[in-house]
Ligand binder design. Structure first.
Ligand code: ADE
Ligand code: ZN
Length: 346
């Protein structure tokens, strides 16, 4: 059996997916043309090549500017599901939506969230991919703005919006998750789930992961790779069962790492941490959750049994309610058993 025959259809969650990055390259170029947004180039080889995370984030922020209308947002939401359900076995996804990119352009919280939810709900009904939304605090902005954002989330309850996170980098190009402690405390007091991008790059630190875990009390960590440099923190994370939403391919660009059996994600798995795979920014890094399983997983020296564990760990780390988790587990188990039976039948 070719690994591909198993890794392509195996049912998958994707917990770490920035909404804007589900826009296809073709739509990005089309909308940029429509709205007169200057792109550095329309050659995909150059458009999607970055020196590092900070360089990528410049392009990512520019891309948010091409999403102007409800129709743009709903279409991107719907189309972003279609490719992955057919090509990648996607069954459930959590989207990071960062309203602070859109507010300065006159797109308020509900004007942003409502069409995204409409598009994703239509995709769920048509394609069977359930979803939740995590509102991302923009670390470019001050902590007071983060607190205001959480107040806005709480004042506008929307069923699919189940948590908050933090992404981008501070103006000093650091992570500094503790800067937003007040916003996290408020979110937690009101029962929102919490996550944070932490320990992503060589210049970031295990301390960043520790602050997210011990001071923000997050339910899961996005990336978290620097944790393996702190064995005590790694043991604490293993014992607490906290989940890590990792993104193998993006580390080749944002962190400068090669995907091989010495990679930090492999070391996290070997240390017994709960780890799932996501694309992070599919279009920009020319990946997908399917590619993470089909290509990154074998390069990490992992096999079919690991793929099953990683697929199911994605349900453990999800922010949906227990009933949804139970039905996802039943669906994944049945699909994996059917896949195993097909393979056994030769
Ligand atoms: N925004 C989109 N992708 C990101 C990443 N990998 N790290 C921080 N912020 C991001
Ligand atoms: Zn991310």
């Amino acid at each position: 059996m070719r690994h591909d025959d198993y890794l392509r259809p195996i049912p998958k969650t994707e917990l770490h997916c920035h909404f804007v990055s589900t826009m296809t390259g073709a739509r990005l170029i089309q909308l940029a043309d429509r709205y007169g947004v200057a792109l550095p180039t329309t050659d995909p080889d150059a458009l999607f090549a970055y020196d590092d995370l900070a360089d990528f984030l410049v392009a990512f922020r520019a891309a948010t500017d091409v999403l102007r209308t409800s129709d743009d947002l709903a279409k991107v939401a719907y189309d972003g599901v279609r490719a992955d359900v057919i090509g990648s076995g996607l069954r459930y996804r959590e989207y990071y939506v960062n309203p602070q990119y859109f507010a300065p352009k006159g797109i308020g919280y509900r004007s942003l969230l409502d069409p995204i939810i409409d598009g994703l709900s239509a995709a769920r009904d048509d394609l069977g991919v359930d979803f939740r939304i995590v509102v991302a605090i923009n670390r470019q902005e001050p902590s007071a703005a983060a607190l205001e954002l959480v107040q806005t989330v709480l004042a506008n309850p929307l069923d699919p919006v189940v948590g908050i996170g933090q992404d981008d980098l501070t103006p000093e190009l650091t992570e500094d998750p503790g800067r937003f402690a007040d916003a996290y405390a408020l979110a937690r007091r009101h029962g929102l789930h919490t996550t944070a991008h932490a320990g992503e790059r060589p210049v970031d630190s295990p301390e960043s992961v520790r602050v997210a875990m011990d001071e923000l009390h997050v339910d899961r960590i996005d990336h978290g790779y620097r944790i393996v440099d702190d064995p005590q923190l790694t043991a604490q994370a293993r014992d607490s069962g906290i989940h890590f939403a990792t993104t193998p391919w993006s580390t080749t660009i944002c962190s400068g790492w090669t995907i091989d059996p010495q990679h930090r994600i492999r070391r996290m798995i070997d240390a017994g941490l709960s780890v799932s795979f996501s694309s992070d920014d599919a279009t920009f890094f020319r990946t997908s959750v399917g590619r993470e399983f089909r290509e990154a997983l074998p390069l990490l020296g992992l096999g079919i049994e690991d793929a099953r564990r990683i697929a199911l760990a994605g349900i453990d780390g999800a922010f949906c309610d227990d009933d949804t988790k139970a039905s996802l587990r039943a669906r994944f188990t049945a699909e994996i058993m059917a896949l195993d039976a097909t393979i056994a039948a030769g």
